[in-house]
Design a protein around this ligand. Structure first.
Ligand code: GLN
Ligand code: ZN
Length: 757
């Protein structure tokens, strides 16, 4: 049976691409060298797939930053403000990704958003009135021919017009339908050009089909593709979807002239039913059966059982990953710190390629059930994983409704807290982390490798904390933080300190652009044996008379940014983590830390893509889990939370229901729509909508921040507004951070003068 891969990671097994791009940014290499290193990586990735025996390999899945950004370039939709910079193509590209502030020029980056229900962020296209589409297939064609030159025939991948249209932000007066129509023309031409190039198969990704679709959207899709596919071309089209099922449009898809249909049979719970009920109308099924989002070995019996069922329907099947392998790390090879038992259960991108090949071969073998490889796989999956803890189970069993409710009610608490803290109006604070310089990272890594003693490691961090507290006082912030120098990542740090997680050395996954994260793997029941953050926070607290905010990561985020177990429910896993974090909250409070932030950066991103599933499959336990972490604190303890996005208009009640006292979130890049909805919903929690964008090195001016705050004040009660950046500062440089925070504090002070004259 043939095999296929939807897309492959591009950052490099050792994050080579990230480091090359960073060198390029620092001016240490030129664009030629950068391109060369990218080419080397592409070659390696193609060969790995080829050597693993994959039949359908993608190209154009490579990107210097992001595939949506590449699509902007492919369609000639670079916004005017970047074109006017008159930079080289590659620098224009990076200016869109990161903003540009140099030689007296000052241009914002394009916004970034979470890619469906993953922790990957894409660059949001901005469609201006004046932009005329002009296709540019240089990259696609170059990468296709590059692969051919290695003897590999590939299927170029592009993001389709429907998804692009849905995710783009249309500016000005541009008519959305007119824009879609022009996209359709462009895509028709793209196909024509692919045909001219002799490309025999192209994969068009339309993940937006897994959302709930309106009738109008369905009609738009059908009309668009009738036109695109209505040309007499030799290039075949594989329509690829992932992260869910296509229940709203399945039958219509069958009627369209696609050669193949790529369906996610892991996350798309209805897809198998749809196929069995309606057939496939002679299309080739690219069956996404190897999970592209999680790290566990495939269950051969389950997968082949499905293949057997599909075969009965006389369907031509190509076995493939459920989505791009972008969302899993490269390989378990070299993870020599993990025991054989752990390793035997894990499968990253390279191993998934092998699984595809093995499954493809087994699928062709009538007697696969008697093969050693099959039997070994079943034995492994049935073996005792040693992941159970009776105390954790007992504790969970004893939870009652009371454990989810904090008393007294928030309004009461707020009065008590106002007295206790006596903060000025528009209190200023930060989200937690401060710039992580080379030395900060080195301190951690040397300690981890055993090349630095614990004493020296702690002493170094204490120095940093001290300096951090000093300069927060100097800048004049009201609620201080310790800076998070001990943390590489907000989830990894807690995972390492809790029982039940396992860690890899190199299992990096791209989060956005050149940023990678190394998600922990939840192996077993989770619990805490001793305080995690207490010593650092207490030390920081001892250095100042100002309030020091304790800094924790919440259960939903810890789970969402880890690779979850598949042997127990997500709800059970989240509650286990919530109890562990609750222990930490209570320890902080008992030691006098009376402002505690519990970050839920990732709460929204795992919201099911279909609205009908929001409550039953997620919110009904995610929100209670957060409440479980803090319901035990005293009224005068102030609980903060932070979220990395502002797109919670739809779940505003649920966010308020988390019952935090203060929430900070990203708002600077969005159009402040969230503020309207806070007002409309009588949002009770105090709010700190981020006043500047920390994803870019740009320094915001006092005037700019003041202006943003004034807009916020038209929607938010003046007693409820906090002033803060939109996220943690760890990826920023020290100089720009100081300047930005100084401006931020000044803006808050100016505002106090204006509002309280
Ligand atoms: N406290 C964390 C930090 O500042 C929050 C990070 C995040 O929201 N992603 O780094
Ligand atoms: Zn954030």
């Amino acid at each position: 049976m043939n095999t296929s891969v939807v897309g492959f990671p591009r950052i490099g097994e050792n994050r080579e691409l990230k480091f090359s791009i960073e060198k390029y940014f620092r001016g240490e290499i030129d664009s030629k060298e950068l391109k060369k290193s990218a080419e080397t990586l592409r070659k390696r990735h193609l060969e790995v797939q080829k050597n693993a025996g994959i039949n359908y390999i993608s190209t154009n899945d490579f990107s210097y930053y992001d595939l949506m950004l590449d699509t902007i370039v492919m369609l000639g939709l670079v916004p005017t403000r970047y074109k006017e910079l008159n930079l080289s193509d590659i620098d224009t590209y990076f200016a869109m990704a990161r903003g540009y502030q140099k030689d007296g020029k000052d241009v914002h980056a394009l916004a970034m958003k979470k890619w469906f229900n993953t922790n990957y962020h894409y660059v949001v296209p901005e469609i201006e009135d004046a932009l005329k589409l002009e296709i540019n297939l240089d990259k696609l064609i170059r990468e296709y021919h590059e692969a051919l030159s290695y003897g590999i025939e590939t299927k170029p991948v592009i993001i389709g017009p429907f998804t692009f249209h849905k995710l783009a932000r249309i500016k000005g007066n541009r008519d959305s339908k007119e824009f879609l129509a022009s996209l359709v023309k462009a895509y028709s031409n793209i196909l024509k050009e692919c045909d001219n190039e002799g490309i025999s198969l192209i994969q068009i990704d339309e993940p937006a089909l897994v959302f709930d679709l309106t009738d109008e959207e369905k009609q738009d899709f059908i009309k668009s593709y009738k036109e695109i596919l209505g040309q007499d071309l030799n290039t075949k089209v594989l329509l690829q979807t992932y992260f869910g099922d296509v229940r709203d449009i399945y039958n219509e898809l069958l009627e369209l002239d696609f050669w193949g249909l790529g369906l996610d049979l892991v996350e798309g719970k209805e897809n198998l039913n749809l196929i069995e009920k309606n057939g496939l109308n002679r299309k080739v099924l690219f069956a996404g059966l190897v999970n592209g989002k999680n790290v566990w070995k495939n269950d051969f019996s389950k997968t082949l059982g499905i293949v057997d069922r599909l075969k009965e329907k006389d369907i031509e099947i190509v076995l493939q990953t459920s989505c791009s392998l972008l969302h899993v790390p490269y390989t378990t090879k070299g993870e020599d710190k993990l025991s054989e038992q752990y390793l035997s259960h894990l499968s990253f991108a390279y191993e998934k390629l092998d699984e595809l090949r093995i499954l493809g071969d087994l699928a062709d073998n009538k007697d696969y059930r008697t093969t050693d490889i099959f039997i070994n796989n079943q034995n492994l999956l049935n073996s005792d994983r040693n992941s159970f803890n009776q105390d954790v189970k007992d504790r969970l069993d004893k939870i009652t409704d009371k454990d989810f409710v904090r008393t007294p009610a928030r309004n009461e608490r707020s009065k008590i807290q106002r007295k206790a803290f006596n903060l000025p109006h528009f209190p200023t604070t930060t989200i937690g982390s401060f710039p992580q310089t080379k030395e900060v990272k080195e301190n951690r890594s040397l300690y981890k490798k055993g090349e630095k003693s614990k004493e020296d490691y702690i002493a170094f961090n204490k120095e940093k904390i001290k300096a951090c507290v000093e300069w927060q006082e100097e800048v004049g912030l009201d609620v201080l933080v310790h800076g998070e120098y001990e943390r590489n990542d907000m989830v990894e740090y807690f995972g390492e300190a809790l029982n039940g997680f396992i860690f890899t050395k190199k299992a990096w996954v791209q989060s956005y652009g050149i940023r990678c994260v190394k998600p922990p793997i939840i192996w077993g029941d989770v619990y805490r044996t001793k305080p995690i953050t207490l010593d650092w926070i207490l030390y920081a607290k001892s250095l100042t008379n100002k309030p020091m905010k304790g800094m924790l990561t919440g259960p939903v985020t810890i789970l969402n940014w880890s690779f979850p177990r598949e042997d127990i429910s997500i709800k059970e896993s989240i509650y286990q983590i919530a109890l562990a974090i609750r222990d930490e909250v209570l320890d902080l409070e008992a030691n006098g830390v009376n402002i505690i932030q519990i970050d839920e950066a990732a709460l929204r991103e795992k919201l099911p893509l279909r609205k009908t599933d929001w409550h039953s499959e997620y919110l009904s336990f995610a929100i209670p889990a957060f409440r479980l972490t803090h319901s035990g604190v005293k009224p005068e303890t102030q609980i903060h939370t932070h979220m990395c996005y502002s797109e919670f208009t739809d779940i505003i009640k649920e966010i308020d229901d988390m019952d935090a006292d203060v929430i900070t979130f990203e708002a600077s890049k969005s159009d402040l729509l969230i503020l309207d909805s806070l007002k409309d919903n009588d949002f009770e929690t105090e709010v700190g909508p981020g006043v500047y964008d920390i994803h870019s090195p740009r320094v915001p001016s006092v005037e700019e921040i003041e202006k943003a705050l004034k807009i916020m004040l038209t929607k938010v009660d003046k007693d409820k507004l906090w002033v803060n950046p939109d996220c943690g500062l760890k990826t920023r440089g020290i100089k720009e951070t100081k300047e930005s925070l100084t401006n931020l504090v000044q803006a808050a002070k100016n505002l106090r003068n204006v509002v309280y004259l």
